[in-house]
Design a protein around this ligand. Structure first.
Ligand SMILES: Cc1cc2nc3c(=O)[nH]c(=O)nc-3n(C[C@H](O)[C@H](O)[C@H](O)COP(=O)(O)O)c2cc1C
Length: 397
């Protein structure tokens, strides 16, 4: 991997190694992809402040997130069908996260099940739940995560209905992959992928198979999602979820100051400022542009995490400067997995950690708590909300 020096290198290798339908699935945003593009463009526009003549010899990228120790403020995001980027992808990514001293979040829509991952790794991991219509089954899933000793439940609240991704329809995105001539030819040119998926534990949604009514009769992911995801989702459901899960509760998909204030009082331990990587509401603001407003509105009442477009360690510093305690990363590690399996995910985290360390040095800070608006030239997006609660910078221990 000596020629891999940045996340974009992993992206290019994944493009060659992963079949088109699954590569496109990870790549895509919803509809015109304007929010997907805004996530990156707005992060890149944030200028870091170059500082000199400050002793930055001893730097430390470690932190705590929901009371747990992290070597670097990164969490691997929940990614549906991760095991289709590489066979047993969920297990490989979880092992890589643990090796790197960070956390992995297993998606409800994973290929390996909660129990598959729990049996294959040594330490607790996080589980992501969607609110689905069949509350009995949802309760069962949360209890399964608790029984597997998952140390946090990430409840995704921004998928009450599915935003359309054009390529998933055009590629006939199904699980297991649909046998179309075009797919067969494509897969034939990716033998390493085919072997890893053939040898993998499962070929369909591990957490759902055999449990969810209708699963066998639908042939497309979006059809299934449309049937199962629950548009009645509301704040009362959070209390119910809280009562079921003894570990930390993290609400993922908050993009509005008003919603953030409610989330802060909901009993959750953290929220994630996220627009689902530009895959849901096309036309939503970039997640980075909402981060400082939300962080400012909730103050110390709830931990604020962030995702959307994080591709470098410099991006991590930018997000922390604007009020995030840590960043979830999605595509950045998905590409590492598709390119080189577990070693590729380790590489992605290592690249970002080293970049963060260099960025900290060149902005004159040595530890995560020192990062604030002080590392930015003209901190952007900080227009105060009308009913601002606290102007104090967030405390970090
Ligand atoms: C291929 C793919 C699948 C995803 N699946 C899920 C999922 O199952 N559950 C979830 O909460 N978010 C899911 N997301 C959203 C990610 O968890 C995360 O919010 C997003 O990827 C962050 O943006 P980034 O990819 O630019 O880092 C998915 C994102 C991608 C790219």
């Amino acid at each position: 991997m000596k020629n891999i020096t940045c996340i974009e290198d992993l992206h290019q290798v994944a493009r060659r190694k992963v079949p088109r339908a699954f590569y496109d699935y990870a790549e895509a945003g919803s509809y015109t992809e304007s929010t997907l593009r805004a996530n990156r463009a707005d992060i890149e526009a944030i200028k870091l402040r170059q500082r000199v003549m400050i002793d930055v010899d001893n730097r430390d990228t470690s932190t705590t997130i929901v009371g747990q120790k992290f070597s670097v403020p990164l969490v691997l995001s929940p990614i549906g069908l991760l095991g289709m980027q590489r066979g047993d992808g969920e297990i490989l990514a979880c092992r890589a996260a643990h090796e790197a001293g960070i956390q992995f979040t297993l998606s409800t829509m994973s290929i390996c099940s909660i129990e598959d991952v729990a049996a294959a790794v040594e330490k607790p991991f996080w589980f992501q739940a969607y609110v689905i219509r069949d509350r009995g089954f949802m309760k069962e899933l949360i209890l399964r995560a608790a029984a597997a000793k998952c140390s946090a439940l990430v409840l995704t609240v921004d998928l009450q209905i599915l935003g359309q991704r054009h390529n998933d329809i055009k590629n006939g995105m199904t699980v297991p992959p649909e046998i179309r001539l075009k797919n067969v030819i494509d897969i034939a040119t990716k033998p390493a992928w085919a072997l890893s998926v053939l040898r993998g534990k499962r070929k369909t949604f591990g957490n759902l198979a055999g449990h969810v009514k209708g699963m066998e009769n639908v042939n497309s992911l979006s059809q299934w999602t449309a049937q199962q995801f629950d548009p009645t989702l509301n704040w009362k459901d959070i209390e119910w979820v809280r009562s079921l899960f003894p570990g930390k509760l993290i609400l993922k998909g908050i993009m509005d100051v008003e919603d953030a204030r409610i989330a802060a009082k909901s009993g959750a331990d953290a929220l994630v400022v996220s627009n689902h990587g530009g895959r849901q509401l096309d036309g939503a603001a970039s997640s980075i542009s909402m981060l400082p407003k939300i962080a400012d509105a909730v103050g110390d009442d709830i931990e604020v995490l962030f995702d959307g477009g994080v591709r470098t360690g410099m991006d991590v510093e930018r997000a922390i400067a604007l009020g995030a305690r840590g960043c979830f990363i999605g595509r950045s590690y998905v590409w590492g997995l598709g390119a080189y399996g577990q070693a590729g995910v380790c590489k992605a985290v290592d690249i970002m950690q080293k970049e963060l360390s260099v960025s900290m040095a060149l902005t004159g800070v040595s530890s995560i708590p020192e990062i604030g608006p002080n590392v930015l030239v003209d901190p952007p997006f900080t227009q105060k909300s009308p009913r601002k609660k606290s102007a104090k910078p967030k405390k970090r221990s």
